[in-house]
Design a protein around this ligand. Structure first.
Ligand code: C5P
Ligand code: MG
Length: 191
């Protein structure tokens, strides 16, 4: 198995680059944000609970997200590997993922972090909010809240994987195809 975490703040381009990576590598995309929104749209109990957090720009509790990821992965244990997009978001999530992968005799092979400054991120998210229908993209206070959560809870994950020599930062501003080429150059060394 080859397992990649696409890391970076909201609006860094994780979803955009995931789509391009999926077209090139036979990996399974797991976007926890997309899964949570699908649960919410389906009106499930999990989705309704998650929506309270999402609409405030806060993180959904670890046990909820970890359970959802575990189910998703168990149903696809025959696959060549995963691209994790928007997960893990906290150190406990990263530890749970490391543990979960041992059950597949696998590990995280590479963590690629898209680096984009905050002013650019706010611009991108507000622009996306005009068409995405995502309430959490339309309000600057909610966006700032998401950055705060990222700073406090998600950024420490970088160190978790740096200390395992798995983290690589990639310039996330510029042409989409150039950013994609940088990501591929890291992956192709390992796959
Ligand atoms: O990953 P994405 O930006 O699509 O996530 C949107 C929202 O979903 C986050 O702001 C957060 O409220 C919630 N989320 C979460 N935990 C995750 C992924 C997403 O709480 N692992
Ligand atoms: Mg996304």
């Amino acid at each position: 198995m080859f397992n990649l975490i696409l890391f970076g703040p909201p609006g860094a381009g994780k979803g955009t680059q995931s789509e391009k990576l999926l077209a090139k590598y036979s990996l399974v995309h797991i976007s926890t944000g997309d899964l949570l929104r699908a649960e919410r749209n389906a009106g499930t109990e999990l989705g309704n609970k998650a929506n309270e957090f999402i609409s405030r720009g806060e993180l959904v509790p670890d046990e909820v997200v970890i359970g959802m990821v575990r189910n998703f992965m168990k149903e696809r244990s025959d696959k060549a590997g995963f691209i994790f997009d928007g997960f893990p978001r906290t150190i406990p999530q990263a530890q749970a993922l490391d543990q979960l992968l041992t059950e597949f005799n696998a590990q995280i092979n590479c963590v690629l972090g898209l680096e984009v400054d905050e002013d650019e991120l706010v611009k991108r998210l507000l622009l996306r909010g005009e068409t995405s229908g995502r309430v959490d993209d339309q309000n600057e206070d909610t966006i700032r809240n998401r950055f705060q959560e990222y700073q406090n809870k998600t950024l420490p994950i970088q160190e978790h994987y740096s200390s395992q020599n798995k983290y690589h930062g990639v310039e996330g501003v510029g042409e989409i195809d150039d950013i994609f080429a940088s990501l591929c150059s890291h992956i192709d060394k390992l796959i």
